[in-house]
Design a protein around this ligand. Structure first.
Ligand SMILES: [Zn+2]
Length: 392
């Protein structure tokens, strides 16, 4: 491991620091961590660590480019806070992740991929059942989607312009007996091979979200009212060295409640959904708040889109706090309104106009983790509502 530091080419506003730290780990291969050290009235110091084989000079050049791209036109928007339960007291003060592993509640395959077992699996089912109750309240019918999604669908959804760094490619072997035999031989032994020789050009990726599947399924339709569906599915977002604990997984589960229909109506639906979600949070007594939010766009797209999302309130985020670190919280649910963007891209109309879309999304593993951090590993101290409703 090597360390390297340089002075940022620009001064940075405090609000961009965290977001930028997350982005800079994508600057080059082998970057392990990035820290932005503020200097009063001056340009901050950027410190990063990387593998021995990494070329820190070219990583620095790439980071400088990213900082310039990121800061260009960055406009500050005051965040709006709703349903403020930041002052709520919870018993948990420490991180429980290591204990979850030692008790066998989490099995870690490698960074970003885990299984939940024992009480953590029970909590996973408890939370998902609660989300389904909220979906029921909206008359959202269950629907089941595949794990893979086509590149074509994501292209239509404009995913690659905003989140190229997240994607996980999925492909299969070429229908060629000789190559399949060669592959079989090498991998049955200890060996491996250049897979580009034996795989098809990638046309699919592991789905990074749940709701795109519904927009594709409704492509070309003319809707009368609002289509309401709920689904849970695995989601894949590769987050490089940002992946840790259950806070950020490569491969996780998302429950969504999805509304497709007249744009202002679906906007209203996802806004009203904040109430039952906060009622759930209050029944459990979790330290949390909801705020206006923006998506983690890739650098070139960042400033404009973030500004747009924050100023138009197209995204609200429920943040569950992790009290072992000051001011540390985790986005556990989001309430998103895409206006008519997907309606336009997928030619869906509602009431004779371009359809709107909105979704409420829950990152299930994050709820489990935040709950255990806030209430600890001993069920004797868990809130009664959880004990009464947790499946056995
Ligand atoms: Zn969605």
């Amino acid at each position: 491991m090597k360390n390297h530091e340089f002075i940022s080419p620009l001064k940075l506003k405090p609000t961009v620091k965290t977001a930028l730290e997350e982005k800079l780990v994508y600057a080059g291969k082998g970057v392990k961590s990035v820290e932005i050290i503020p200097e009063e009235n001056s340009r901050p110091l950027i410190r990063f660590s990387c593998d021995e084989f990494s070329d820190e000079e070219s990583i620095q050049i790439e980071m400088e480019k990213m900082i310039r791209g990121f800061s260009r036109g960055f406009l500050e928007v005051e965040k709006e806070i709703l349903f403020d339960q930041r002052e709520r007291q919870v018993p948990g003060k420490t991180d429980v992740y290591d204990e979850m592993i030692s008790r066998g509640w989490v099995h870690e395959y490698e960074t970003g991929r885990v299984s939940l077992d024992d009480k953590a699996a029970d909590l996973y089912n408890f939370f998902d059942a609660e989300f389904v109750k909220i979906a029921d309240g909206y008359g959202a019918r269950p629907i089941q989607f595949p794990t893979l999604i086509s590149m074509e669908t994501l292209r239509k959804a404009d995913y690659f312009a905003s989140f190229p760094h997240h994607i996980t490619l999925a492909t299969h072997l070429i229908e060629d007996a000789e190559k399949i035999t060669e592959f079989s031989k090498r991998y049955s032994d200890e060996g491996d091979m250049d897979l580009s020789e034996v795989t098809e050009k990638t046309e699919h990726v592991c789905s990074p979200a749940v709701c795109f599947h519904l927009y594709q399924a409704l492509e070309g339709e003319k809707l009368d009212g609002v289509v309401r569906r709920t689904a849970i599915g695995p989601c894949f977002r590769y987050e490089s060295s940002n992946m840790k604990t259950l806070e950020r997984l490569w491969d996780f589960h998302m429950r969504e409640i999805i509304f497709v229909g007249p744009s202002s109506e679906v906007d209203e639906l996802r806004k009203t959904a904040m109430k039952p979600v906060m009622e759930l949070v209050d029944r459990i007594g979790m330290k949390s708040h909801i705020e206006t939010a923006s998506d983690p766009f890739f650098v070139n797209n960042y400033s404009g889109q973030t500004f747009y999302q924050l100023s138009h309130k197209t995204k609200y985020e429920l943040r569950l706090h992790l009290p072992f670190r000051e001011d540390h919280s985790l986005a556990a649910a989001s309430f998103n309104w895409h206006q008519t963007f997907f309606g336009n891209r997928f030619s869906i109309s509602a009431g004779g106009e371009e359809s709107g879309t909105a979704c409420v999304a829950f990152g299930v593993e994050r709820w489990v983790y935040a709950f255990l951090v806030q209430f600890g590993m001993d069920p004797a101290y868990w809130p009664q509502y959880v004990l009464d409703n947790i499946p056995r």
